[in-house]
Design a protein around this ligand. Structure first.
Ligand SMILES: [Zn+2]
Length: 241
């Protein structure tokens, strides 16, 4: 199973071959542009187009036993494909693009608020990030700093490093509880700014390629979740007056 979204987050359609149809109905393909739920980013929806033109609506995408196993979950009542048949994959691009923008916004927030992250969830309309911090911070100030990064239109790119490189630079990892999986020969860094000047951190999600694509965002709310935990919500659009 080749995960095409790892190298190209903008691939919304591609051809594939069905390798397995699981007992639970989950469809596995030889390659996929469907992102599987991971790291706080929901999996893709969309459809598979069979050679006879029939559509198989995909309601969600998840990982299986291992992260490299990607399972496409059909909506109820869809036609069941045969192993070996070809299909054209189509992801719901509008939804995915909003998730890419929101996910990228989370990276920008981690630049503005350089505290350890204890949790994160991305959705099409908003995101939340939990930080291990006790300071009180002004949301208008955070919004202004986020928009500075968006408007500067910094490039976003990926870079592969070895596990040893990561071990030598432990500060790259901002997540307090989640460590990048060990035992892999390479780890993907998501870098922001020329020469990673703004940020770089391990991440397997999908991102836009320039910060301006995030568009206008604001901090909707900062909640106090315990003495040392602050929950930030990022929303699309201008801050309400
Ligand atoms: Zn990411």
């Amino acid at each position: 199973m080749k995960a095409l979204f790892v190298e190209d987050a903008y691939l919304s359609t591609a051809e594939a071959r069905v390798t397995t149809v699981r007992e639970d109905g989950g469809i596995m393909l030889d390659q996929t542009c469907f992102y599987a739920t991971s790291g706080g980013q929901p999996g893709d929806t969309g459809f598979l187009e069979r050679t006879n033109g029939e559509k198989i609506i995909i309601a969600g995408t998840v990982t299986g036993e291992s992260k490299s196993e990607i399972i496409h979950i059909p909506a109820p009542g869809q036609p069941v494909p045969e192993a070996g048949e070809g299909a054209v994959m189509h992801i719901d691009w509008e939804r995915r693009y909003n998730l890419m923008r929101m996910h990228t916004a989370c990276h920008l927030l981690s630049v503005v608020c350089p505290y350890p992250i204890t949790g994160a969830a991305v959705s099409e309309t908003d995101s939340r990030i939990d930080f291990d911090m006790s300071e009180t911070i002004d949301k208008a100030e955070v919004t202004a700093k986020l928009m500075e990064l968006v408007n500067a239109n910094h490039p976003i790119f990926t870079q592969w490093i070895s596990e040893d490189d990561l071990a030598a630079n432990p500060d790259l990892v901002k997540s307090k509880n989640v460590r990048p999986p060990r035992g892999q020969d390479r780890i993907r860094l998501v870098c922001i700014g020329e020469g990673s000047a703004i940020d770089s951190q391990p991440c397997g999600g999908t991102h836009v390629s320039e910060t301006a694509e995030v568009g206008e965002i604001h901090i909707g709310k900062i909640e106090k979740k315990g003495r040392e935990n602050r929950r930030f919500r990022i929303r699309f659009g201008p801050a309400p007056d």
